[in-house]
Design a protein. Structure first.
Length: 461
């Protein structure tokens, strides 16, 4: 199917006709649209009975539950370490299958405004670049047109760093990532498109599991730098072509994969109809029209509005996410998008914690990946420890599983463990500072109260 066919499908539905027989709404919801599903009675029963769950136990359970698989440690396999901490790795998910195949296209805004300062020390040199045009600085201190005193701390640099941070948390074994950029060449006399119908979006790298190739493509965008206007519609249309495998796509089609567009922008649509300096209603409608087609193609659009220019009138980005059942994230300080993308989830799982029921200790030192996989450490004592892993879904539902973990002192050095734990704790602290996570706080409080009740019931100190 090509873009024109998707337009025909969209127009037919608008006229009262059903969605094309090629793909009904239920079809593309089954293929990976994030769902809000309650914990099933089966999952609760498994947990209350204290059944030890492994990946093999739960891989074939039917949908409708928050399910957890434990990949490490293997059942019956002793764990050793030089300190009393045991590593646990696994996955949590809200559908009746172990992991979804996921295709993610990252759309990078390269318009001229992204040369402005991001408000963050993106390059980590200890100096935060600022916009001299927005500050009182002596004339002539910086070259004319300078928008960031540190050229490596721009909004574009923050977008690229955020995409790399996201990439570092993804698993290429079942997830592909592609990158496109969108902007638009400007006619300096009219401030409109240089050529009517010009190309305003480009595939930097098609969907691939070769993340090294994706990183190179991202760096190439940064090297070329910002330029031009902002054509949302072009970016969305190109993303639909790649994710849906339409005619002309450079990406190999993968019909059973969940399809997600991560759309980053620091402004509002100014092309294809309006002036590069202001948004025309036709530009917004063009973007929303493309988003409607994305919805019919089963594509979720998660939008990130970076800074005041994007947040003053966020109609397009909020509607794009609403139409596709995605998320809209306002990022007041553009540089913070780096941390926001580290905490993104594609799995409807919001948090995972570990509890040692034997020692009555709770561990929040867990790294949750966007695909629902997790890794972390739980405090343990020598011998048999009864461990519970609990997951919170985005709809507030929970699921947990328990297993016995045999621990002995030996193996990994305390320095290696400290380094990994520090990394997990640093990322979790940053996410907690940026995102209001009231549901997570209530969830963790409930786990503590549950543990207190269980301790009282058993009479153990």
């Amino acid at each position: 199917m090509d873009w024109d066919e998707w337009e025909t499908v969209r127009s037919a539905e608008a006229d009262g006709c059903p969605i094309s027989r090629r793909e009904t709404r239920s079809d593309w919801e089954r293929r990976g649209r994030p769902l809000r599903i309650r914990v099933s009675v089966l999952a609760i029963g498994v947990a209350l009975l204290g059944v030890s769950a492994s990946a093999d136990d739960l891989a074939d359970v039917a949908g409708g539950a928050v399910l957890i698989t434990i990949d490490e440690p293997k059942r019956g396999e002793p764990v050793s370490n030089s300190v009393h901490q045991a590593s646990i790795r696994g996955s949590a998910f809200t559908e009746g299958r172990r992991r979804l195949a996921i295709d993610v296209m990252i759309a990078i805004d390269i318009s001229g405004s992204t040369r402005a300062a991001s408000g963050a020390d993106v390059d980590g040199d200890g100096e935060i670049g600022f916009d001299p045009q927005a500050e009182q600085v002596p004339p002539g201190r910086y070259p004319p047109g300078t928008r960031s005193t540190d050229p490596h701390d721009t909004i574009l640099a923050a977008e690229i760093a955020a995409a790399v941070a996201l990439l570092n948390n993804l698993d290429p074994s079942h997830l592909r990532v592609g990158v496109l950029s969108f902007g638009g060449e400007i006619n300096p006399a009219t401030l409109r498109q240089a050529v009517y119908g010009q190309q305003d979006a480009w595939v930097e790298v098609p969907l691939t599991s070769d993340f090294a190739q994706v990183r190179r493509a991202l760096q190439n965008i940064l090297i070329r730098g910002p330029r031009g206007g902002t054509n949302f519609a072009a970016g969305i249309r190109l993303a639909v072509t790649e994710l849906a495998g339409l005619h002309g796509a450079r990406s190999a089609p993968r019909p059973d994969a969940a399809k997600i567009l991560m759309f980053l922008t620091d402004g509002v649509p100014s092309f294809p109809f309006g002036s590069s300096r202001e948004s025309d209603p036709g530009d917004t409608e063009a973007a929303l029209g493309a988003a409607r087609v994305a919805s019919k193609a089963g594509i979720t659009i998660n939008t990130y509005a970076l800074g005041p220019s994007a947040l003053d009138n966020p109609v397009a980005v909020t509607e794009m996410s609403r139409m596709t059942v995605g998320t809209f994230t306002p990022v007041k300080n553009p540089g913070d998008v780096i941390t926001y993308l580290q905490g993104v989830t594609f799995s409807s799982i919001e948090d995972v914690i570990f509890t040692n029921l034997t020692t009555s200790e709770i561990s929040e030192d867990v790294r949750l990946m966007p695909d629902g996989s997790f890794s972390g450490y739980v405090p343990v004592r020598e011998g048999i420890n009864r461990v519970r892993v609990t997951a919170l879904a985005t709809d507030g539902s929970e699921g947990f599983t328990e297993f016995d973990l045999e621990f002995g002192v030996a193996g990994r050095t305390s320095l290696e463990l400290t380094i990994e734990l520090d990394g997990i704790r640093k990322q979790n602290r940053e996410l907690q500072l940026l995102v209001e996570r009231e549901k997570v706080r209530r969830f963790r409080d409930r786990q503590r109260k549950r543990l207190e009740i269980e301790v009282e019931d058993t009479g153990e100190p």
